[in-house]
Unconditional design. Sequence first.
Length: 267
Amino acid sequence: MRTPIETEAFGDESKQAIFMVSGWAMPKEVMANFARRLSERFYVVVANLPGISLDEQWISRTRIGPNYDIDALTEQLIDVAPKEAWWLGWSLGGMISTYVAARRSSCVKGLITVSSSPSFVQRDSWSDAMPCVDFDGFASLVDQQPEQGLKRFVMLQAKGAQNERQLVKQLQSLLPVVTLNQAALIGGLRMLKSLDVRRELSLLDRPNLHIFGGKDALVSAQCLEQQTDVNPLQETLIMPNCAHQAFLEEEEACVQTVENFIDANNS
């Protein structure tokens, strides 16, 4: 069967729901402490992207490769998300969540992204992003030496963080090395390169908050300044001392930010 979406739930199902979508190559466990902390007030479900898992049995149960077609993935995620949930996506997970919130808004209460650019690579009129030649070089490394590619990715994620060395160790401990799924890595990279949600971001009719790290080496904290079609429901927050994963670097501040945003926009 098609690679299913693996999820983990925290908290009381009767509470307001948050649905978290993790980023490229990183399992849901990277967001687990953040989810546990938010579950004191919310019901939180955290999802892996297809083919990314630390569970060997989960990976072995799937016979068809992971599907990284954006519309098919949208349906897969909606199927496992709580109803009436706030969607919170990190990095590639944020881009995907933005697409879902714009295209299937009836399924999304509101949107929060962390370290997520509408376009990860440079395009016409979108220069504040990774040059395609650099992205292609990284993709080639992942294709030929996936473990080395993942280690390189961890270094880039942690670059600029106040506790960079400790963060590298933490992220490396969560890499899906034993359960590495080459098709999932390559499929995710293809989506990361092709996905452009600038139009979706401008059309969102749900409250949306975008959290950036001021020292992020992968996603520019100023990238939404390029968004020419202003969305009146859009809010941005830059956490100046954070790199690519603010929810690990300044967990309590992120929790308070999410709680305050949801409280202010619940109706």
